[in-house]
Design a protein around this ligand. Sequence first.
Ligand SMILES: C[S@@+](CC[C@H](N)C(=O)[O-])C[C@H]1O[C@@H](n2cnc3c(N)ncnc32)[C@H](O)[C@@H]1O
Length: 245
Amino acid sequence: MKNFDRTTFGELYAENYDAQHDPGTTNAAVALLWELAAERKTLELAIGTGRVALPLFERGLDIHGIEASEKMLSKLRAKKGGASIPVTTGDMADVRVDNNFGFIYLIFNTLFNLQSQDAQVRCFKNTAGHLIPGGMFLVETFVPDVTQFTRGQNLQTLHVDRQSAMLEATVHDPLRQTIDYQRIRITDKGIQLKPLPMRYAWPAEIDLMARLAGLHLHSRWGSWDRIPFTSESNMHISIYKKDEQ
Ligand SMILES: C[S@@+](CC[C@H](N)C(=O)[O-])C[C@H]1O[C@@H](n2cnc3c(N)ncnc32)[C@H](O)[C@@H]1O
């Protein structure tokens, strides 16, 4: 999708992010991340408005962030405690934080916001460079389901009521592994558009990106509640470990 760079997400979604982007798994995510962090210095890539980082900070975790969007960050800083979390502004694929970490995580499909394989590979390398030996990197993404596309496209109705309809139009490029989403809300006052491009990868490709960066798969689950990952799973939580040296 043209004209959608790393700050566009925030431009479009920061204002209503917390109200409109609740995956319903925040408490379970915070509980597992807290356990895995085990009091080690922690970094969230693409920290956003602090949906997950703030509850971890409130529990006493030494947590830092990377974030591309000043708009998302201003929402984080406006919250109680939000201004106390150190955040480096920049691209998680390249930016250097002046610290090393025992635990790093990248959740809510945000790896796929990096729109090329090259950028995703660089993100793994950059992350590995911030991990201490034996440190862990947790990634949460959906498992792609390309059966939903017919001749590279799909249109589905997400919601209809007396005043409005919400549609989701998608275009799929199987070579670049991209899905361009457009959510279309139609009301009698007009039409609102919510675009989002993603570059997806299956778990095996993500494992390979990790290996290229010197990380190895340590564990994988099919939910934040640690159900086993199977061929039926529609999401995964994967934890990669940096070798002890
Ligand atoms: C779906 S939100 C997730 C925010 C937060 N991690 C959460 O779970 O609520 C995606 C976030 O990624 C940020 N983002 C997108 N591309 C980025 C990049 N290349 N580097 C750093 N942050 C990026 C967006 O600004 C946005 O805050």
